[in-house]
Design a protein around this ligand. Structure first.
Ligand code: GRF
Length: 192
């Protein structure tokens, strides 16, 4: 079976990226990590890419805080296409994608978010869930559109909120669920 080419984008420590690369390494995910890209020079996700010998690049984001500068986004499309990327996987990428990325990869950009969307989009969703008194929260994989965590939901995993939970303990439990769910969802894309 032909392996699905993945481009993984992240700004942080890269635990989801590690989970995906481990599943590929174990032969459980028929995908190839073609490229890891980060907008943060010293992000852990770039160290993880190097550890797994995946091509990786730091892409200076430009002058905006929440998005890439348009010429940078054009460069990102070129990098991903040149690397043979078929599915763009956002793993803690802290910038909103716009054009030309959305047109270049229609229904081929996915993100993982630490809540049961459409509840609690945006940042620190686990804190929002705890503050709202939720008994169940979780994580969602969704297609990326022009909004914030607003694209069509692909899959979700529930996580209980325990009476003794702190934001930190709840966040850890959600991240464990994320690291199981994301490779499973990517495997579905591989099967198409
Ligand atoms: C994940 O918890 C994900 O929900 C959010 O960003 C976090 C990234 O963590 N979108 P990591 O860099 O994969 O460890």
């Amino acid at each position: 079976m032909k392996k699905l080419g993945l481009g993984i984008l992240g700004s942080g420590k890269g635990s989801n990226c590690r989970a995906i690369l481990e599943q590929i390494g174990a032969g459980k995910l028929p995908a190839e990590a073609c490229l890891v890209v980060s907008d943060v020079f010293d992000a852990g996700i770039l160290d993880i890419a190097r550890e797994f010998r995946v091509p990786n690049v730091y892409l200076p984001p430009g002058k905006f805080r929440t998005r890439l500068e348009p010429n940078v986004e054009t460069e990102l499309v070129r990098l991903l296409q040149d690397a043979g990327v078929e599915l763009v996987v956002l793993a803690g990428f802290m910038r909103v994608l716009k054009e030309p990325m959305l047109t270049a990869f229609p229904e081929r950009i996915i993100n993982i978010h630490p809540s049961l969307l459409p509840k609690f989009p945006g940042i620190e969703s686990w804190k929002q869930a705890l503050a709202a008194g939720e008994k169940i929260t979780g994580c969602s994989v969704h297609y990326v559109d022009a909004g914030i965590d607003s694209g069509e939901i692909v899959a979700q995993r529930k996580v209980p909120v325990l009476p003794e939970d702190t934001p930190e303990s709840l966040h850890v439990r959600i991240q464990v669920a994320e690291r199981a769910l994301y490779p499973e969802v990517i495997a579905r894309f591989c099967a198409v």
